[in-house]
Unconditional design. Structure first.
Length: 221
């Protein structure tokens, strides 16, 4: 399989470790809830890179039992860029619109996580509610960042497993966010209620930049 760019298990381990370390260094998990979020993201990476460089289950299915579902798929490594196959892209898949968009989303996701952490940490140091930076636009920018990264990878290398996992992980992050909001609401009361009413949870909306009075202690991802 190595002739086709698969069976490279050392590369699987390297990429999983690299992106998990990157995510941890940007996300700064502290609580059990934070580590659950990182665990879900890590499971997505394991499923992704196992197929990207290890055993290409999706590609095998699309050249066997599901052959014809995506035209032009073969056992080559480039065939794993399934969106390019669907649009009939003839050039290098690494320069396709989907792949270029994936770089933007992955980089933007890491940027959002890191920027949100700085504002969250600054608020925690003075016992305040984080409402500056990305928190002016959405209530959980770090979770949104993780989801942006996953969408980026789905544009770059979609697999049956990761496409199935993504909506489940969105639900996991939603549940974690709701639990965090209960804790913050208990600390801030009406101040947090007003902030939550005017600020979306994950997806920003136009005109949602909101300044909220800073109150004692609390943290949000």
């Amino acid at each position: 399989m190595t002739d086709n760019g698969y069976g490279l298990w050392g590369l699987v381990v390297f990429n999983i470790a690299l992106f998990v370390i990157f995510a941890v260094s940007f996300f700064h998990p502290k609580t059990k809830r934070d580590w659950r979020a990182m665990g879900a993201f890590s499971a997505f990476l394991v499923a992704l890179f196992t197929e990207m460089y290890g055993y290409p289950l999706t590609v095998y299915l699309l050249t066997g039992p599901l052959s014809g579902l995506v035209p032009g798929v073969d056992l080559s490594h480039n065939a794993g860029h399934l969106w390019t196959d669907l649009i009939g892209w003839k050039g290098d898949p690494h320069f396709s619109p989907f792949h270029l968009a994936s770089y933007f989303l992955i980089g933007g996701g890491f940027w959002l996580i890191a920027t949100a952490w700085r504002h969250l940490h600054a608020a925690q140091r003075v016992g305040a509610l984080a409402v500056d930076g990305p928190y002016r636009k959405i209530r959980h920018p770090q979770y949104s960042g993780l989801m942006l990264i996953m969408v980026g990878f789905l544009l770059q290398w979609p697999t049956i497993a990761t496409l199935a996992m993504f909506p489940v992980l969105v639900l996991v992050y939603r549940r974690l966010a709701i639990r965090e909001e209960r804790d913050v609401r208990a600390s801030f009361g009406d101040a947090y209620e007003g902030y939550a009413r005017s600020t979306p949870r994950f997806v920003p909306r136009r005109g949602s930049w909101t300044k909220t009075a800073v109150k004692p202690a609390g943290s949000r991802r």
